[in-house]
Write a protein that binds this ligand. Structure first.
Ligand SMILES: Nc1ncnc2c1ncn2[C@@H]1O[C@H](COP(=O)(O)OP(=O)(O)O)[C@@H](O)[C@H]1O
Ligand SMILES: [Mg+2]
Length: 280
C-alpha cells in the first residue's frame, strides 16, 4: 500500500526574500492511497504534476510538506530508501535515458547487481526477463541494434527482473508508433497476469487505460478527481478541462447513451455501426 497524505512539493528552495505566495508548488495538497495490485492511471496535461508525484513515490524527491509511506515506511526515512527504490520502479518516456548496458544482457544485469541479486543466478534472471516481455533478442545483442519498441521492452524487462511491487510507467509508450504501443501494452498486461504488481500508468492516451481500476486526474498540481473510468468518462467537461480526450467510439457511445440509446461503454466500432443502422 502506498499512502500519500496531504503532500505539497516545491522544486525550488524557499527564498528568504520571497514569501510563499510568490512561488507555485509543483504539487499541492495531494492525498491518495494506492492499494496493492491496483491498476491506476495518472492523467492530466503536461505540467500538471504527474511525473513529480512519481519521483516522490520512489524517494527520488522528498515532499516539502506532508508524508508518503510505502508499505508503512516514509520516503523521508533515509534508512528505508533502498527498500523503497527497489519496491517502486519507474520506466520513463525515453528508454535511451535508462539504458546503461552495451548489450541487452548487461543492461538487465546492471540493476540486478545493484540490488545484490545472487551472482550465480543473474544469467538465469536475464533469460527469464527477456522471455517474460517477449523481447526477440539474445543477451549478446547490442542495445543500439534494437528498434524503439524493443528498447522500451528492454527497459520493461530490466525493471521487471527486479520484481518490483509497484511499477510506474511514465509516458513509457509515448515514443512508440501505434503498433509498437499496442504490443507493449499487451505485453505489460500479460506479464501482470502472471506476476501481479501494482501498476501506476501515466499516459495521454486514454484508450490505454480504459480498463484501469481507477483514474486520477491532475490539474495544475492539484488532484482534480479520482474515480473509476466509468464514473469519470461521463464527465466530458471535466476531462476536457484536464486536457483529456476519450477514444472516439467511446465518446460517441457515451453521448448516444446519454441521449437514451441502450449502448454499453465498451461497444466496438462494428457493434456501434450495427446499432446505429438498426436504430435508423
Ligand atoms: N526538474 C524540475 N525543476 C523545476 N520545476 C520542474 C521540474 N520538473 C517539473 N517541474 C515543474 O513542476 C510542475 C509539474 O511538472 P511535471 O510533474 O513534470 O508534470 P507532468 O508530468 O504532469 O507533465 C510543472 O510546473 C513543471 O514545470
Ligand atoms: Mg511528465
Amino acid at each position: 500500500m502506498i499512502d500519500i497524505r496531504d503532500i505539497t512539493f516545491f522544486y525550488d528552495e524557499p527564498d528568504e526574500e520571497q514569501d510563499d505566495a510568490g512561488r507555485r508548488p509543483a504539487l499541492s495538497h495531494i492525498s491518495l492511497s494506492i492499494a496493492p495490485g491496483e491498476f491506476i492511471a495518472f492523467l492530466g496535461r503536461n505540467g500538471s504534476g504527474k511525473s513529480s508525484l512519481s519521483r516522490l513515490l520512489n524517494g527520488i524527491e522528498q515532499p516539502t510538506a506532508g508524508i508518503i509511506t510505502v508499505e508503512g515506511h516514509s520516503t523521508s526515512d533515509h534508512a528505508a530508501i533502498p527498500d523503497i527504490r527497489r519496491a517502486v520502479q519507474i520506466v520513463f518516456q525515453n528508454p535511451e535515458n535508462q539504458q546503461v548496458g552495451i548489450t541487452v544482457g548487461e543492461d538487465i544485469a546492471f540493476g540486478l547487481s545493484n540490488i545484490g541479486w545472487p551472482q550465480h543466478d543473474i544469467r538465469n534472471r536475464i533469460a527469464w526477463a527477456i522471455s517474460l516481455v517477449g523481447l526477440d533478442a539474445d543477451e549478446e545483442r547490442p542495445v543500439t541494434n534494437l528498434s524503439g519498441g524493443e528498447k522500451q521492452k528492454l527497459a520493461l524487462a530490466s525493471v521487471l527482473a527486479l520484481a518490483p511491487r509497484y511499477l510506474i510507467l511514465d509516458e513509457a509508450t509515448s515514443m512508440l508508433d501505434p503498433v509498437a504501443r499496442r504490443q507493449f501494452v499487451e505485453t505489460l498486461h500479460k506479464v501482470r497476469r502472471q506476476h501481479p504488481f501494482t501498476l501506476i500508468y501515466i499516459t495521454h492516451h486514454l484508450e490505454e487505460v480504459v480498463d484501469a481500476d481507477r483514474w486520477v486526474l491532475f490539474r495544475s498540481g492539484e488532484l482534480a478527481a479520482s474515480g473509476t473510468p466509468e464514473e469519470l468518462e461521463q464527465n466530458v467537461s471535466l476531462l476536457e478541462d484536464c486536457g483529456l480526450e476519450l477514444p472516439y467510439t467511446r465518446r460517441l457511445a457515451i453521448l448516444l447513451r446519454q441521449s437514451g440509446l441502450p449502448i454499453s461503454a465498451n461497444v466496438n466500432v462494428q457493434e456501434l455501426r450495427e446499432l446505429l443502422c438498426k436504430s435508423n
